[in-house]
Design a protein around this ligand. Structure first.
Ligand SMILES: [Zn+2]
Ligand SMILES: [Zn+2]
Length: 399
């Protein structure tokens, strides 16, 4: 009896819709009225009937039999020698015999990813794509500003082309499973309920073949390694946290048909937030905090931006008095935009505490003549205030 999935040209992961479609196509082709073989047609009908009935399909997947485990080989001998980590609890009895169980758990499905289903050698891999691999690429703000090219060298394993990933130059059918790649074991599916389950043959690892002569190109390893170089172009406008995807550049894996992607994440690594003279980066804009003296906050100032990612530069403020926490902006002083041009540079001003020496009456009069207003005159009848503390570090929220 051939595998139900194989009869429809499918594998055990096929969806109900795929089963229906495959059946419809095959039935049309193999119908006896159209000269098809009656036995073959019946086999296709049976496969369709069982596999589209959820309960019967589940039973079939578990037991490898259309009638709940009555078919297939008997309980295997010598299982404990197979190196599988299951625990043998009692004698192997006929299906359904109470109190007899192999505690196989889900070990097999974990080891073999669900296996290839009963009958026939295990197909290579689960199909599909292998997992992606992610790496961080450390970058300074200056790297992001200027753009950068990085060459990443690594060893990449590829399925051996000489032996098509079999590792063998010459093989013979496996003596333990007769080339089937799998064998039947008893498995407890409930208290006292046994089911027959097909597991990959441990003699050949599910390939159904024994290697007589190893492949000369990969020395039987099934994979060959080669040095691979990824050339990574980081262009202006790319952002902190951005992913660069290199499709299919992971190593080939036994379990998967196609290799996964190498994903490189750009990460700014020169940050220690909150310090003066360090740039915060948001969108295309930069923000820096700078200290000025009390006098400079009134009269204007020149700031030296020595650590600007685009190179050292000076900015000048002549726009009038600024309070502590004020933010001044310079268009084009930010980061390069992907679309061209630059973002904005925001400079948050920290004003140092004012001088604590009282103004002389002459100084006060001079200042007042500039700023406008009346000079405070002494009045002995009023209580004179005393400075307790001066918290000039009060931060004005720039939002
Ligand atoms: Zn075998
Ligand atoms: Zn090879």
């Amino acid at each position: 009896m051939s595998d139900l999935y194989e009869r429809l040209g499918l594998n055990s992961s096929a969806s109900k819709e795929e089963i229906r479609r495959a059946y419809k196509d095959l039935a049309r082709e193999k119908h006896p009225d159209r000269g098809g073989n009656a036995e073959e047609f019946k086999a296709i009908q049976e496969a369709h009937e069982v596999l589209t009935d959820e309960e019967r399909r589940r039973m079939y997947d578990m037991t490898g039999s259309v009638d709940g485990g009555a078919g297939g080989g008997g309980p295997p001998g010598g299982m404990a020698a197979g190196g599988f980590p299951f625990h043998f609890m009692g004698g192997a009895g006929p299906f359904g015999m109470p109190g007899v169980a192999f505690d196989v758990g889900d070990v097999f499905s974990h080891l073999f990813g669900g296996g290839g289903g009963p009958g026939g050698p295990r197909p290579r891999g689960r199909g599909g794509k292998g997992p992606n691999k992610q790496h961080d690429i450390g970058m300074t703000l200056g790297d992001f500003y200027r753009g950068k090219e990085i060459k990443l060298k690594f060893n990449q394993a590829r399925r051996c082309g000489t032996c098509d990933g079999s590792g063998a130059d010459k093989t013979e059918p496996c003596g333990q499973c007769g080339g089937a790649g799998s064998k039947t074991i008893m498995r407890a599916i409930g208290p006292g309920i046994m089911a027959q389950t097909r597991v990959p043959c441990d003699g050949c690892g599910g390939d159904g073949k024994r290697v007589l002569r190893a492949c000369g190109a990969c020395h039987g390893k099934k994979f060959v390694e080669r040095e691979k170089m990824l050339e990574i172009k980081i262009t202006q406008g790319m952002k902190d946290g951005q992913n660069l995807v290199f499709e299919g550049e992971c190593s080939d894996m036994l379990e998967f048909e196609r290799p996964g992607d190498v994903v490189l994440t750009l990460r700014r690594n020169d940050m220690g937030l909150g310090e003066l003279d360090e740039y915060e980066w948001t969108g295309d804009d930069l923000t820096i905090r700078k200290s000025v003296t009390f006098a400079e906050s009134i009269l204007g100032f020149t700031l030296h931006l020595d650590k600007h990612p685009g190179g050292a530069r000076k900015v000048v403020w002549r726009g009038g008095p600024l309070i502590h926490g004020a933010v001044v902006q310079r268009e084009g002083g930010g980061m390069p935009r992907a679309s061209g041009g630059f973002g904005v540079l925001h400079i948050q001003i920290h004003v140092a505490p004012p001088p604590t020496v009282p103004w002389s009456p002459e100084d006060a009069a001079k200042l007042m003549s500039v700023l406008g207003g009346a000079v405070a005159t002494g009045d002995d009848s009023a209580t004179t205030l005393k400075l307790d503390s001066c918290d000039s570090r009060l931060v004005v929220d720039r939002e």
